[in-house]
Design a protein around this ligand. Structure first.
Ligand code: SAH
Length: 365
């Protein structure tokens, strides 16, 4: 990697890289903008909450993590109560989801004592934030941080990933009359980032490519596919389950979903890289296919609203609204609605589960 001079911005770093190597794939642009160890988006800030750029489900309400915690406790019992069990979270953000999962796990003391927490997090800033959250709010379950799954010790595992796969880098390909061209990021004479296209090349590795028409854009995340494959293999070999929640369509389809979000609004992904969150829709059908090929039992995608209702969010919201002020009860109702209704996250967001063969259907599926 080309190291930028101290004090230079991520945009300067990307410009220098393009000057040296030519136009970059969207995957390199996206990964560098998000994860550059010193200048990247996630390395330089806590982006969550009203004061940040976006709000995720666990930051909306404790109900989200608590329901997932209860769900995982049930899967653990179904797995034959392995001791210890690796509880792995990818991209834990502020650590809120894990804190709520661990609080829910207190209702099943044997589960709580079996848990070894492993957080896969690239950002040193967010690792510190997670430690703070978990030190003050959670159990004394041992916690370790890792850069990737390969560092997590062997053994039975339970995995959660909420809004993680959407941050994994994608490449884009556009079907033209002359064939498939990759969409690349270049710099113009003024120093602005612009999209350009590669010369025609062979079709991208995606089911959606087969039905694409001229003008369609196809997205492929080899990082997401690779992780789904590795995770599913581990689950099949070591016994366990993974729950992946994110936004994207039920079926693979053409479409440009590359987006930037800054201060709760859509932004231009080519302006000020490193200053806005860059994501793409998750191709659940492609991930499920890989997990199934690896031997896992696959469930979903199921809309988040349906998933949370089946896990009991209505009862949970009702209980949290008893004996509280009317203002607090209204907050709980608003949070529930935002998580489950189609106007909020209820329909666009989906859940999928991958399990080692032979276990009962996971709760909600
Ligand atoms: N799950 C959290 C945060 C989602 S944001 C929530 O729901 O609130 C994405 C998270 O993934 C951030 O913590 C980010 O730093 C982390 N991340 C993104 N790409 C990563 C990668 N390749 N490896 C490890 N962590 C990554």
């Amino acid at each position: 990697m080309v190291e930028p001079a101290v004090g230079s911005s991520l945009a300067d770093h990307l410009r220098r890289r393009i000057a040296l190597e030519g136009p970059l794939s969207l995957a390199v642009y996206m990964e560098t903008a998000l994860l550059h160890p010193r200048l990247g988006y996630y390395a330089t800030r806590d982006p969550f909450g009203q004061a940040g750029d976006f709000v995720t489900a666990p930051e909306i309400s404790q109900m989200f993590g608590e329901l997932i915690g209860a769900c995982l406790a049930q899967v653990w019992q179904e797995m034959g109560r392995p001791y210890p069990v690796r509880l792995i979270e990818f991209g834990p953000g502020r650590g809120t989801l894990m804190a709520d999962v661990l609080r829910a796990a207190r209702h099943v003391p044997d589960f709580l004592s079996a848990i070894r927490v492993h957080l896969v997090e690239a950002s040193p800033t967010l690792r510190a934030r997670q430690e703070e959250t978990l030190r003050t709010r959670a159990s004394d379950a041992p916690i370790e941080w890792h850069g990737h799954l390969g560092e997590v010790p062997e053994g039975p595992l339970l995995v959660v990933a909420n809004e993680f796969f959407d941050a994994l880098p994608i490449r884009q390909y556009r079907k033209s009359a002359e064939g498939w061209r990759e969409r690349l990021v270049d710099v113009n004479e003024r120093g602005d980032f612009v999209f350009v296209h590669s010369p025609p090349q062979s079709a991208p590795p995606s089911m959606a490519a087969e039905s694409a028409a001229v003008g369609d854009v196809i997205e492929v995340s080899s990082a997401a596919i690779g992780l789904a494959d590795t995770l599913a293999r581990r689950i099949v070999d070591s016994r366990g389950a993974a729950l992946v929640i994110d936004y994207g369509p039920t079926e693979s389809a053409p479409g440009d979903s590359f987006q930037a979000v800054h201060r709760h609004r859509f932004a231009d992904p080519l302006i000020a890289p490193g200053e806005s969150d860059l994501t793409a829709h998750v191709d659940f059908a492609a991930l499920n296919r890989v997990a199934r090929d690896a031997g896992a039992d696959v469930f979903g995608p199921m809309a988040q609203g349906e998933f949370l209702r089946r896990l009991g969010i209505d009862v949970r919201a009702e209980r949290l609204s008893r004996d509280v002020s009317p203002a607090r009860a209204a907050e709980v109702a608003a949070a529930r609605a935002r998580l489950v209704e189609a106007t909020g996250m209820g329909t666009l967001f989906k859940a999928v589960a991958w399990q080692s063969p032979g276990l009962a259907r996971p709760p909600a599926f």
